[in-house]
Design a binder for this molecule. Structure first.
Ligand SMILES: [Zn+2]
Length: 660
């Protein structure tokens, strides 16, 4: 038999010999030094072998390989890169060889996947796998601003990342970090304890996942600026998002925050200062004065370079988001070269993009739109994004920064507020975005990819996108989406039927009309035939049937899947959530179409209220497994506020959402 792997290894060669498992204990041998570093990895391996194949395995110390067993060997002459490994299954034993413990850990993950696929007998087919990653940084962003999770659940999440060879976890703790002393006011009631952060840090280290704390130091500083104590640092008093870069206390406070975070991250070597979306540059009198002399961009780069120095003095590397640099491109030459650039692009999804973001106006522009931009932006975007023939270059900004000599990390997306509605990520958009961004980051010689999932969504629903991304950034030539889907259901759920993936796509198609945010910005109609008015949504049978059928398919599959049952339960919940919103939209359309009929509106509202109370129970009973109580309450309140708003509109006969 041939095995499937996620991510796809670089080179797999089968032979016709067979390895026979020992009758009793299967040993995993390693030197004393290795055993220390790989203890958690070996424990996981043994536990999973027991769970998946009922094989009893145990790690033991050994100076030389043990015949008939699994041997972990460090060999400096191994010709693969530091995370690479050679895995050989031979009649005389199993050998994993690498330059580093990290590589051996990945070899064990690949071996686990082989064991998962051996269903009969006690033999494994001979194989030789040479494997190494295409990209150095393969990451996932954990956004804890809007929702948070129980620590045990996050550890399982890290274990899954590590199994699929993702080596970086970027954490935006926001107010969930246990700041102390004079910064204790920042703490959210659901913030982690110091012990919990320490547990997470050790666990990540044991599983070869580097944590990059993503500590916003410029825009998105609500976590501190919303407190009365630090309100005085706001750039504009009525907005709590941006700090004033020229307030003499700003750097001092920011430095203290960074130091507190680093105190609990002893293995971290890279700390990101964020830096995206400071939308009030140059608005306070002091900053306005500075901006008159040096421009808003000048103000931005002045502050960013100081932050860079602070982080560098802490002995760390740092990164900055690209959006403001690209809004004022003349500052790029003044930016410290010590910065790694985080270039985010969630909307490019193929080799022939027709639009690119003008970061100065925050508008997507086509070639005609570029020509109509301001003279500076026109010159810049044209020179960066168009090739000799005038065609648009995919992910042109990543290419540009790379050519300028910066290390670049691409930020793709598996869930974001744009095209995703009601907690379900829109995979028609995200999968091609992940696919093409990874491809071009490899081509442009970028450092890596960090996959993002912003705001509120059902967390389990992004696993598909995360694992898809792991394949794309590890493998030089990854499998096609169809092949990946086949492998995914096999290795993640333990089933052969890829049907559920098709339904994951169908259920994720958005209908955003009742969500007021951004329907125009993202031009959703470009992603398929998406109904744009409540009437069209209400009459769209395909949408309705997709939701109902997906629910049925998932419910049937829950009993069949061997692993990750909980994941499928969240998909069922996702379908229920979709159904609720479909029904809200249908009733809304009915009320808007027939504003005279009080009785049917009241009946419909009674019906929706009863649906809501059922849904509320479903959400609570399922998500309380993964989320702390208060965080879950907030998630529900925010979600259902939208319904309350629409309900009121139906009751008072003011219909604001009948079209865009
Ligand atoms: Zn200011």
């Amino acid at each position: 038999m041939k095995y499937d792997f996620i991510p796809l290894p670089k080179k797999v060669v089968y032979n016709d010999s067979y390895y026979h498992l020992p009758d009793n204990t299967l040993y995993i041998t390693a030197s004393q030094k290795l055993m220390k570093r790989l203890r958690a990895g070996i424990n996981d391996f043994c536990k999973e072998l027991k769970e998946f194949c009922n094989i009893y395995a145990e790690g033991i110390l050994a100076v030389t390989p043990l015949k008939g067993h699994i041997n972990l060997i460090v060999d400096d002459s191994c010709e693969l890169n530091d995370e690479g490994y050679l895995l050989e299954i031979k009649p005389e034993g199993i050998y994993i060889i690498s330059k580093t413990a990290h590589g051996l850990y990945y070899g064990m993950q690949t071996l686990t996947q082989i064991f998962k696929q051996v269903t009969t007998g006690k033999e494994l087919r001979g194989i030789r796998i040479e494997d190494e990653p295409a990209l150095k940084v393969r990451g996932m962003m954990l956004d804890l601003r809007m929702q948070t999770f129980k620590i045990d659940y996050l550890l399982k999440f890290v274990r899954t990342l590590a199994h699929y060879k993702i080596n970086t976890l970027t954490i935006e703790y926001s107010d969930k970090f246990p700041y102390y002393g004079e910064y204790e006011v920042i703490r959210n009631p659901d913030c982690f304890s110091e012990e919990e952060v320490a547990t997470l840090v050790e666990y990540c280290h044991d599983h070869f996942v580097d944590i990059i704390p993503f500590v916003q130091c410029f825009g998105h500083m609500e976590y501190i600026l919303r407190t009365e104590k630090y309100r005085y640092l706001r750039e504009v008093d009525e907005y709590d998002s941006q700090i004033c870069p020229l307030n003499p206390d700003s750097l001092k406070v920011t430095k203290a925050l960074l130091q507190q975070v680093m105190r609990l991250h002893k293995y971290t070597t890279h700390l990101s200062i964020g830096g995206d979306e400071p939308y009030h540059l140059g608005e306070c009198p002091r900053c306005a004065d500075y901006a008159t002399k040096y421009g808003k961009g000048g103000l931005y780069v002045y502050y960013a370079n100081q932050l860079c120095r602070i982080v560098k003095d802490m002995g760390l590397s740092t990164s900055i988001c690209a959006d403001k640099l690209l809004a004022y491109p003349d500052i790029i030459d003044f930016l410290s070269k010590d910065f790694i650039i985080l270039d985010w692009d969630y909307w490019t999804y193929n080799d022939n993009p027709t639009k690119i973001m003008n970061w100065n106006t925050l508008k997507m522009v086509d070639r005609a739109g570029i020509s109509k931009s301001s003279p500076e932006m026109k010159k810049f975007i044209q020179s960066v994004s168009l090739d000799e023939k005038g065609n648009m270059i995919p992910f042109a900004y990543s290419r540009y920064f790379s050519q300028k000599g910066f290390n670049v990390i691409g930020l793709c997306s598996t869930a974001s507020i744009g095209p995703d509605g009601y907690w379900v990520p829109h995979y028609d958009v995200h999968i091609p975005n992940i696919n093409s961004f990874c491809k071009y980051i490899k081509e442009y010689g970028g450092l890596g990819i960090i996959n993002t999932a912003w705001e509120r969504f059902l967390f389990e629903l992004v696993y598909y996108g995360i694992i898809y991304c792991s394949e794309q950034c590890w493998s030089k030539d990854p499998d096609t989406v169809d092949n990946f889907n086949r492998k995914f259901v096999k290795l993640f759920y333990g089933i052969d039927d890829v049907d559920i993936i098709e339904w994951q796509y169908r259920i994720s198609r958005p209908f955003v009309i009742v969500e007021k945010k951004y329907p125009k910005v993202y031009k959703l109609e470009e992603y398929g035939r998406i109904p744009m008015t409540v009437f069209e949504i209400a009459q769209n049978n395909e949408l309705k049937e997709n939701i109902l059928e997906a629910q049925e398919v998932y419910t049937k599959s829950v009993d069949k899947v061997k692993w990750n049952k909980y994941n499928l339960k969240e998909w069922i919940l996702g379908a229920k959530v979709r159904w609720f919103w479909y029904e809200v939209t249908r009733c809304y359309a009915e009320a808007a179409g027939n504003p005279e009929n009080d009785e049917s509106v009241n009946d419909n509202i009674c019906y929706l209220d009863s649906q809501l109370s059922k849904l509320r129970e479903d959400i609570t009973s399922l998500l309380s497994e993964t989320m702390p109580e208060k965080a879950l309450e907030i998630k529900k309140v925010v979600f259902f506020n939208l319904y309350e708003e629409l309900k009121k509109e139906m009751q008072v006969r003011e219909f604001k959402h009948t079209g865009v």
